[in-house]
Design a protein around this ligand. Structure first.
Ligand code: 5GP
Ligand code: ZN
Length: 134
């Protein structure tokens, strides 16, 4: 599969306006939770649960479909280390959801691919269901 270098350079023309690119470039300050070569994580500005965090690639890719498969291992590394850090800092977290909205119909508001880590606690009353309401 030839999906890495060419796609890494193929940055989106909207990049200049992208809020997550501004964060990635340090133009907007965030408290990084974890960082590796191509990804980092930081707290979501509008948390739906305590510790709600976002994982983003440092370079601009619109959706998960644009993300080179070769970065999969680093993505998982960032997801795991971020979540473990959150769970270590708050021992009452005993579960988590990983959510990624891709394209507007799926609710993607920021068009720089990102993965939400939503810490969960037993009986926290949150409902994250893929099933239609009956
Ligand atoms: P989406 O709906 O695209 O999956 O989620 C985008 C997320 O990015 C939202 O949860 C929103 O709160 C978060 N967000 C948008 N702008 C900023 C920002 O400037 N800083 C931070 N930390 N989070 C942001
Ligand atoms: Zn971007």
């Amino acid at each position: 599969m030839k999906d890495n270098n060419k796609e890494i350079k193929n940055k989106d023309k909207d990049e200049g306006e992208c809020i997550f690119c501004k964060i990635s470039k340090g133009e907007i300050n965030v408290d990084k939770i974890y960082e590796n070569e191509n990804f980092f994580s930081f707290p979501d500005a509008n948390p739906v649960a305590k510790g709600h965090s976002l994982i983003i690639p440092k370079n601009h890719f619109k959706t998960a479909l644009d993300l080179p498969s070769s970065l999969g291992q680093e993505l998982l590394d960032c997801i795991k280390n971020t979540t473990m850090k959150l769970m270590k800092e708050d021992e009452s977290i005993d579960g988590f959801n990983i959510v990624s909205n891709n394209f507007p119909s799926a609710g993607q508001a920021v068009h720089h691919v990102h993965f939400h880590i939503i810490p969960r606690k037993k009986d926290d009353g949150k409902i994250l269901s893929l099933h239609d309401k009956k």
